[in-house]
Structure formats: structure tokens, C-alpha cells
Design a protein around this ligand. Structure first.
Ligand SMILES: [Zn+2]
Length: 320
């Protein structure tokens, strides 16, 4: 790697927050902007892509996808040279929620520093390869996990910018309660044939952890822009323009929108919501089925557990 390349930090828009908050759709729309390459939930690339050979957003199995084959070649001299087991052990040693307090400190202990820089170097190589293969200056990684974002903040080679997506936790809890097939699953997929289902209590707990975490990350100086799913769906053009400006793209960037719909093209998102596989025209509207489908008890449970942030994000009616 030449020093010249190393001098230009790789601009990565990291979509953070809890899953089922509209992050896949946001990434899809951002990927339609010139100079932007969305690569999905990279946190899952290593298992679901590399090991299980699940399908890429383009429809091809990971190992058959020309984009990811080129990225593997540029990053590691081919995926065959990438030691998944070694990487998994490294990930376990640093990229877990329990290490966030250590990663949030102003200075890290030598041992933490060593592990996080080895870990970040893998992401740096991957992102650099994506930048070279795609020719795009801005990458979108919708991994969402707070611990990964805290790891990446330590890399000087990565210009990390966080888009923190927030959605009403009652809607999120309803979404996590549903049975959703994973169209990319193959025989032996470690993740199984369906998306994980969580109880409303568990969803509320994780919603708090993720959102408090991204609040802390912003206070540690990582450039962060908060996007509420509901605002994004009501005013997609305004939201996309704001995120584009945050990413350093021009004010006049053309948007893939017309009226209340968007046009989705092909993509290579490596993992994420089944929406990855949709192409063509898609209607944009707030999905608020939870208002009629989530029982009163569950609604109160989730609201009670998330009350401080629910109020801070403006999800409580004035005076309630
Ligand atoms: Zn692909």
C-alpha cells in the first residue's frame, strides 16, 4: 500500500442504530447518488458472505459476485488468503458491546489499542478495496452495531461519519415480533431461514443500548447526524439532501425520487433486510402498522422501558 493512498482517509457513512429502523432503505437510496457505494451490513460479510456464501444484493452467491470477488482480490489478494477463524477471534476480542466502555475512553490501554488497530486494519483494507473497485468516494456501511462504530473511530485511515437512524421503539418492537423469511439463506446458513425474532422487552432493551451508545459516540467527537425514520419517510428528498451534504457531496446531487416513490437500481449490499433484493419503483410511506397491530400491554411496556429517549427523540405527544 503506497503512502499516498494511506494519506486520503476513506469516507465511510456508517448507518447506526437498531435494526428495523429503515436503515436498508436509507442505504439503498443513498447508493443511487453519484459517487456513493452502499455495501450493506459489512459486520455480517465474514459469516454470511464468506463462510455461508449467502446471496449478495445483486442476486449472485457471495463467492460468485464479481464485485466482491474483485474487492477480495484488491484487499487480500483473494478471499482464499483471508483467515476467517483468525478474524473471528480478533472480532470476539474487541468488537463486542462489553468493550464499548474501554473503546469510549480518551486513551486506550496498550492491549486494547493493539487489538483495535489490528481489527480496524481489516476494515481499512476492505473499504479501500471497495473505493478502488467501485470508483466511489463515499461508502455506506449499514452495519449498525455500536461496538463496530466504536472500533472504527480509532482508525486514522477511516473518515467515519455516522448516520444515526432512530425509529419509534413501538414500531421497531412490532417489526422484531414478525416472522420474516430470509430469501438469501442457503442450506446450512448459520443465521437460519428466518430473520431473528425478539420479544418487545428485549427490543426495548437493545433499542436503549444502541441509541444511548450512538449518543455517546457523538459526544466523543465522531461526526454524527441523527435521522428519524418517520421524518425520512415523510420528507425523503429533504433527508437525502441533508445526508448528502453531511457526506460531503454537492448540494445539487440528483435524487432517485419522483413524488412519493423512488427508483432502486442494482446493488451489492452484502447483508441486510430482504429489501436488498428489490429493484425498480418503490412507494415511500411511513409503515405504522404497529398502531393497530401491537397490543396495548406491549405498547406500554416498550414505552415505559424507553421513556427518556422516547421523549428526547420527540415521540411523545406534547404534554403527555
Ligand atoms: Zn453482488
Amino acid at each position: 500500500m503506497s503512502d499516498k493512498v494511506r494519506e486520503i482517509p476513506i469516507r465511510v457513512l456508517f448507518v447506526g442504530g437498531l435494526g428495523r429502523s429503515g436503515s436498508t432503505l436509507l442505504e439503498r437510496l443513498l447508493s443511487e447518488l453519484p459517487g456513493v457505494c452502499g455495501i450493506g451490513e459489512v459486520v455480517h460479510l465474514w459469516q454470511r458472505g464468506l463462510v455461508d456464501d449467502e446471496r449478495c444484493g445483486c442476486g449472485a452467491a457471495f463467492r460468485q459476485c464479481p464485485f466482491w470477488r474483485n474487492v477480495g482480490e484488491a484487499a487480500f489478494g483473494g478471499w482464499v488468503n483471508f483467515d476467517v477463524e483468525e478474524f473471528r477471534a480478533l472480532k470476539e476480542s474487541i468488537d463486542r458491546t462489553r468493550f464499548v466502555p474501554a473503546l469510549a475512553r480518551a486513551t486506550a490501554a496498550d492491549d486494547t489499542r493493539r487489538r483495535v488497530s489490528a481489527y480496524d486494519d481489516v476494515y481499512r483494507r476492505l473499504y479501500e478495496a471497495v473505493r478502488n473497485v467501485s470508483g466511489c468516494e463515499v461508502l455506506v456501511d449499514s452495519s449498525k452495531h455500536i461496538s463496530l462504530a466504536f472500533c472504527l473511530r480509532w482508525s486514522e485511515a477511516i473518515d467515519l461519519r455516522v448516520v444515526h437512524v432512530v425509529r419509534d421503539p413501538r414500531a421497531v418492537a412490532y417489526s422484531w415480533s414478525k416472522t420474516v423469511v430470509r430469501p438469501e439463506a442457503v442450506a446450512g446458513s448459520a443465521e437460519g431461514t428466518h430473520m431473528a425474532r425478539w420479544s418487545p422487552g428485549k427490543t426495548a432493551l437493545y433499542w436503549n443500548v444502541q441509541n444511548l451508545g450512538f449518543g455517546l459516540l457523538a459526544r466523543r467527537g465522531v461526526p454524527t447526524m441523527r435521522v428519524r425514520y418517520e421524518d425520512f419517510m415523510r420528507s425523503p428528498a429533504a433527508t437525502l439532501r441533508e445526508v448528502a451534504a453531511f457526506a460531503g457531496l454537492g448540494e445539487t446531487v440528483p435524487l432517485p425520487l419522483s413524488g412519493e416513490s423512488a427508483e432502486l437500481g442494482p446493488n451489492h449490499q452484502v447483508a441486510g433486510n430482504p429489501l436488498r433484493f428489490r429493484t425498480g419503483r418503490i412507494e415511500l410511506r411511513v409503515d405504522d402498522a404497529w398502531k393497530s397491530e401491537l397490543g396495548a400491554l406491549r405498547r406500554y411496556l416498550v414505552a415505559g422501558m424507553t421513556l427518556p429517549l422516547l421523549a428526547r427523540y420527540g415521540y411523545l405527544p406534547a404534554g403527555s
